[in-house]
Design a protein around this ligand. Structure first.
Ligand code: SF4
Length: 57
């Protein structure tokens, strides 16, 4: 499993990318999480000011 960013909620502030210990979050039109690198620590979800990040279903 990996965490996932809701692209409709993300405001591309970049806070999560700065917090991820794995460097798993990449910039784009909105940010996205590489499921191959994510270790499910939840740091990004706690840091996101928009609550746009949650564990993937
Ligand atoms: Fe990075 Fe942890 Fe978020 Fe996965 S859950 S993207 S490892 S901060």
């Amino acid at each position: 499993m990996a965490y996932k960013i809701d692209e409709n909620t993300c405001i591309a502030c970049g806070t999560c990318a700065g917090e991820c210990p794995q460097g798993a979050i990449k910039e784009g039109d909105v940010y996205s999480i590489d499921p191959e690198l994510c270790i499910d620590c939840g740091t990004c979800a706690d840091a996101c000011p928009m609550a746009a990040i949650a564990p993937a279903e």
